[in-house]
Design a protein around this ligand. Structure first.
Ligand code: NCD
Ligand code: ZN
Length: 331
C-alpha cells in the first residue's frame, strides 16, 4: 500500500537526547509534523522557535520531513504575530496545569481577555489548536470543555479552531455543529478505552491526557476516522517519556506511538475501512483544512511483512511494545 505525504498533525518531539532518539521515527514515515510547543520552557518567542526548528531538522538527519512549528498560547500583540506568522503553523492553547509542561497555560476563558489575540489570529489566518479539558472529574473533563469550544467557535467565526486529540462522542458530534471547528484523532484512542488503562492491571504506558474513555466514545472516533470524515485529521500525540517517569508513582502522561503509527493504521483501515479513507485521514483532510502544499511528494510504501515492536527504544517504551505487526514501512 502507498500513502502520499502522511501528516502527523500533533507531535511531541521534545529536545536534546530525547529529540535525537524520537525524531527519526516520525521523519522517516511522515512528510510533515505539527510540533507541539510544550517544552520545559514553553515556546513563546520567534528566535527560540526558529532555533528549535533547526535542532529538529538536524535530528531528522536527511529525511524529507517538514516540522510545522507552533507557539504556546499567551496574549500576543498584533506586531508580534505579524512578525511571527511566517515561521508559524499555528498556536497551541493549554489550560493551566492540565497536562505535561502546561503550568503557564490559560486559567481563564474570558472571551474579552482572549479577544485581542484571537481576533488577530483570525485576521492573520493562524489556526488555534486547543487542548480541550477542564479540571473537573477526569472522565468529564473533555465533554465539559464542549461549552468552551462552542463559545470560541461562536465568538470567533473566522478563527480555525482545532480540537486536539478528541476522545469523546460529545466532541465528535460538536464537530458537525460549527463550521470553524476541526479535530485531530490519535491512533491509541481508536484502539483503547479506559479498560485498557486501568480495567485490569494498570498500564502506565497507556496513560495519557486526555485519558481514554468509554466504548461508545471509541466507536464514535472510529466512525469519524474510518469514514474519512473531512474535518477529522490524524494527529498521533506521540508523547515520549523516559521509562523511570512512567513506571513509578506519579506516572507522566503520554503514549509514545511514533514507531508504529503507519503499520498499525494500515492494519486497522484494512480491517474496518479502506485505503482511500486512510489517505484522507492521514493527509488529504489536513492538507485541505490547512491549505498545505508541498513542492515534492513523499510516497511511503507499506509492505505486508511481520515484525516485532521493540520492548524499548532507548529508555522509552513504545505503544504496542513486543507486539507482532503485519505491515512494515519499506526502507
Ligand atoms: C503530552 C506530553 O507528554 O507532552 N501528554 C499527553 O498525555 N498527551 C501533553 C499533551 O498533549 O497533553
Ligand atoms: Zn499532545
Amino acid at each position: 500500500m502507498k500513502l502520499k505525504n502522511p501528516l502527523d498533525t500533533h507531535l511531541h518531539l521534545r529536545d536534546e537526547s530525547m529529540l535525537a532518539l524520537v525524531a527519526p521515527f516520525s521523519a522517516k514515515d511522515f512528510k510533515a509534523g505539527v510540533i507541539m510547543p510544550n517544552l520545559i520552557t514553553p515556546l513563546t518567542e520567534i528566535d527560540v522557535l526558529k532555533a528549535y526548528k533547526e535542532r529538529i531538522l538536524k535530528a531528522c538527519k536527511n529525511e524529507d520531513f517538514t516540522p510545522l512549528m507552533t507557539l504556546f498560547f499567551k496574549d500576543y500583540d498584533e506586531q508580534f504575530l505579524e512578525k511571527a506568522k511566517d515561521e508559524l503553523f499555528a498556536i497551541k492553547l493549554y489550560p493551566a496545569g492540565i497536562t505535561t509542561n502546561s503550568d503557564n497555560g490559560i486559567s481563564s476563558f474570558d472571551i474579552e481577555k482572549l479577544k485581542p489575540t484571537l481576533i488577530t489570529m483570525s485576521e492573520l489566518n493562524i489556526p488555534l489548536l486547543v487542548h480541550g479539558e477542564t479540571n473537573d472529574f477526569v472522565m468529564d473533563r473533555e465533554a465539559n470543555f464542549a461549552k468552551i469550544y462552542e463559545k470560541l467557535a461562536k465568538n470567533f467565526p473566522k478563527l480555525k479552531i482545532v480540537m486536539e486529540h478528541i476522545t469523546t462522542k460529545v466532541l465528535c458530534d460538536l464537530l458537525k455543529d460549527y463550521e470553524n471547528l476541526y479535530a485531530t484523532i490519535t491512533l491509541h484512542h481508536l484502539m483503547i478505552t479506559l479498560d485498557d488503562v486501568v480495567g485490569g492491571k494498570m498500564d502506565p504506558h497507556l496513560f495519557c491526557k486526555p485519558i481514554a474513555k468509554r466504548y461508545e466514545d471509541k466507536d464514535a472516533l472510529c466512525e469519524l476516522a474510518f469514514s474519512g470524515y473531512e474535518k477529522a485529521m490524524f494527529g498521533s500525540d506521540s508523547a515520549p517519556h523516559p521509562l523511570h517517569t512512567k513506571e513509578c508513582c506519579g506516572c507522566a502522561a503520554g503514549v509514545f506511538s511514533a514507531p508504529v503509527i503507519l503499520p498499525v493504521l494500515v492494519e486497522l483501515f484494512e480491517k474496518h475501512s479502506n485505503e482511500t479513507n486512510l489517505q484522507k485521514f492521514i493527509s488529504d483532510n489536513a492538507c485541505k483544512i490547512h491549505n498545505l502544499k508541498f513542492e515534492k511528494d513523499k510516497i511511503v510504501i507499506l509492505e505486508k511483512q511481520e515484525w516485532q515492536v521493540a520492548q524499548k527504544y532507548g529508555d522509552v517504551v513504545p505503544f504496542m511494545a513486543g507486539k507482532t505487526l503485519n505491515f512494515k514501512v519499506a526502507n
